[in-house]
Design a protein around this ligand. Structure first.
Ligand code: FE2
Length: 449
């Protein structure tokens, strides 16, 4: 029986399928655009390869798009035809896929950790747990997952750089920058095309206010991004965020049009409404508008896509971004339809249901209230969820757009206590003087007067 890149047995009679499976994993870990092609080769060589079909299902779900769930189900059905003859570890992956399809992410996470307890080098289980913990706002779980397996990994393993890039990001999100940075540096030293490692380092620099260094670091690394998937857009977004903090708004907008929201680029054309791209775009437009920048009609295409995705709650953190676009275009009827669909979803059994019902819903209502000038209502809606909104998922850098939404509403509603509340949070989350932070300086001054 063949083994995967870390020596774990995989059930296929085809050496070609096994080799293509390894290439798929490596491409997935490095965020390469050609990942699906490698997987297609594996399944062409052996369509009864259960682990290959399971991976296909996982990839469908990683789009965090309700429309892709049917394809994930189809992949699970295909895997189900041969899973009885597979190993216990592969059977666990099968059950994780089924749980995830059913919206039971809690169970999927438990299964991935169960796999890792016995097979700490199952880099696929590790990466899926890392990523899904991230989108559930659980940085401590990401860090614990790294800590549990790290001693079982070594530099000789092909996935070692991936472990380091995940370590960097997990520790960065836990505020432990001195541990995060060396891990990320080592990851990109092993492979400068390790986009997750580059991304994690950009986060360290973002949180420490190292804007000039961040711009120069990402500028130096961009020659390694040609084969990347949409994470490349997010890296450009991070660069724009550094420019934004330096009040270089034109540079941020230029990156928006040419890099991370270029509607003509092949990556965007292939997936015009991918969750991460939508988050990048909406969050940047909102930040720029707060600084008085006219963003023209850029919201319109996002609002069109938001209308088409009403009712899709597979990505909780994207929901306020969809709503930002609808509100910016004053599409209040569509916004209300979206709220109603979220209420229905919130009554369900999905792991995300209580998160959508209790957190995303009031924030989305606040987005509509804020745009319609009902600032006091926006403050009142958001205040009760400030301490829990990290459960929507997303990084500190991404969640900042929600902090700024609350801040802007409190400023406009003339609520000094709420302003103070959000400034205390901002100072706690990012150790930089507030007067040096573009989104917070005006509020700091207003409170001092
Ligand atoms: Fe990021």
């Amino acid at each position: 029986m063949p083994s995967d890149l870390h020596g774990l047995p995989i059930t296929t009679a085809s050496p070609e399928a096994a080799a293509a499976f390894d290439q798929t994993l490596l491409a997935y870990f490095k965020y390469r655009a050609d990942t699906p092609k490698h997987l297609a080769r594996a399944l062409e060589a052996d369509e009864d390869f259960a682990m290959g079909q399971i991976l296909r299902g996982y990839f469908m779900l990683l789009a965090f798009n309700q429309a892709q769930v049917a394809a994930a189900r189809e992949a699970a059905r295909a895997a189900g035809r041969t899973i009885a003859g597979a190993s216990a570890r592969e059977k666990l992956h099968f059950s994780a896929l089924e749980a995830w399809i059913a919206g039971d992410l809690e169970r999927a996470l438990k299964v991935w950790e169960q796999i890792l307890a016995e097979h700490p080098r199952d880099v696929l289980a590790f990466r899926l747990a890392h990523f899904n913990n991230f989108w559930l706002g659980r940085p401590a779980a990401m860090r614990a997952s790294v800590d549990r397996v790290e001693s079982q990994w070594g530099v000789e393993l092909p996935g070692y750089g991936t472990l380091l890039s995940c370590k960097c990001f997990a520790y960065e999100e836990c505020g432990e920058y001195a541990i995060a940075e060396p891990a990320g540096r080592k990851a990109v030293e092993i492979d400068p095309e390790d986009l997750w490692g580059t991304h994690a380092l950009a986060h360290v620099m973002e949180m420490q206010g190292r804007c000039a260094e961040g711009i120069s670091f990402l500028g130096e690394m961009e020659r390694h991004w040609a084969a990347g998937n949409n994470l490349v857009h997010h890296l450009w977004w991070h660069r724009a965020l550094f420019h934004y903090e330096r009040r270089e708004f034109e540079a941020a907008l230029d990156l928006y049009d040419r890099r991370f929201r270029n509607l003509a680029s092949p990556l965007t054309q292939a997936q015009p409404d991918l969750y991460i791209d939508v988050q990048n775009a909406a969050a940047m437009l909102f930040r720029l508008e707060r600084q008085g920048i006219d963003v023209g009609n850029r919201w319109v295409e996002l609002a069109d896509k938001a209308e088409a995705r009403v009712g899709d709650c597979r990505s909780a953190f994207t929901l306020p971004h969809w709503m930002l676009a609808l509100a910016a275009c004053e599409r209040y009827a569509a916004g209300n339809r979206m709220l109603q669909a979220m209420r229905v979803f919130g009554d369900g059994t999905d792991t995300l249901a209580p998160i959508v019902r209790d957190i995303a819903l009031p924030i989305c209502e606040a987005v509509l209230a804020h745009r319609s000038g009902n600032f006091g209502r926006a403050v009142d809606l958001m205040r009760p969820v400030l301490e829990t909104m990290h459960r929507l998922g997303g990084s500190h850098a991404q969640q900042d757009v929600l902090e700024q939404l609350f801040l802007d509403a409190a400023l406009n509603a003339n609520r000094p206590d709420d302003l103070r509340r959000v400034l205390v949070r901002a100072a706690r989350d990012k150790p930089l003087p507030l007067e040096q932070r573009v989104g917070y300086a005006a509020a700091e001054r207003a409170l001092a007067m």
